[in-house]
Ligand binder design. Sequence first.
Ligand code: HEM
Length: 413
Amino acid sequence: MSDASIDVSIAESSDVPEFPMTRAAGIPFAPPPDSLEINESAQMARVRIWDGSTPWLVTGYEAIRALFADGRASVDDRKPGYPHWNEGMKSTVHRRPRSVFTSDAEEHTFYRRMLSKPFTFRRVEGLRAAVQKITDDHVTAILAGPQPADLVSALALPVPSLVISHLLGVPYEDAEFFQEQSNMGMGRYATAEDAAKGAGTLAKYLIDLLEKKMDEPAEDLVSDLAERVKDEEISLREAAQLATGVLIAGHETTAGQIAVSIAALLDNPDQLAMLRGAEDPKVIAVAVEELLRYCSIIQTGQRRIATEDIEVGGGIIRAGEGIILDVAPANWDSRQFPHPDRLKLDREDGPNVAFGYGRHSCVGQQLARMELQIVLPTLFRGFPTLQLAVPLDELPFKHDALSYGLYELPVTW
Ligand code: HEM
């Protein structure tokens, strides 16, 4: 594996599996079985992606943590050999303003510093009461409404949407329009055109909002960014790109995690009983970590490019080779998490890598954890007899979206 000539023959071989790998029907919570198979014998293997290139797919827990923490595994998507998600992303790479997702080292620190203020532990904890109130209002409305109810549109999507609008500083009267636009490209039958239209309208909205917040700042992320624009630290376009990035990274992900967690709990009644009876915030926090591991909703692989040779996972990734860090199989690596297919809400084998690890690890992780710690116990306490309205394997899981989730979650009680 350390010999470059062997690497070339591997790359040309037709045995290299395709990525993304397909998920077998009927096991909605497990990562695709091929990636788990790789795990049984190795930490990583070559895969073939849409453009015919053969980057490394890293599925082992140990190797993924090492690479997430390694500065030689760059996120700079302009570098030749970077394993792009699709043609659209590749062809627009030089048109997109730089941001936290695509910059390394000092440039990354520069952008990340601009986002970190609203996500500090203190600011996030300060939102707890507001998140509880938003959740209570939605749970009350579901209780008063007809059955079956769809918990995606009635709870999993609106709660993180409203929280993020609040955090960004979108005025209450615009929150609905803002949600509509941000959901436009994420709907089940959304076309590439819908996605582009949604993103364009949103970028324009955010530029207008940034301009407004330059004159009337408040305690929110758009005001923080507006101040940076005013001080000429970043351009208006960069600020809009950062705000849109936060919205997209934090919106569909949290909604998907809430919805899939609810389905996983309903599928594991003994574990659900444990969560329902839990009063201790620490027990709830441990349970949420296990749901993040078990559901692992980021399944498209975080992309990197090696800038130097990297010895990792028993092999060498050569400078210029692409890397895909697949957190779902790493969270199901039985060398770290014994019996990974069991949802065990008191499991403490972690830490899991649901939010990545190292300098690019999720900015919004405290916020996402807090939302889950509030939404799940509140829902299950409010509905002691909650059950799925259709069999688990008939639920419309998002096999085709950027992050895993559910299009609908019909329930009765
Ligand atoms: C359950 C919900 C979420 C999951 C599973 C998740 C997962 C992740 C993962 C795996 C990364 C690492 C990317 C990498 O290293 O390549 C990441 C980064 C990021 N996430 Fe999240 N995320 C969630 C919620 C959120 C929320 C609520 C926000 C903001 C409101 C957010 C904002 C971001 C940002 C800005 C980054 C880029 C950080 C950087 O590159 O420095 N995420 N997320």
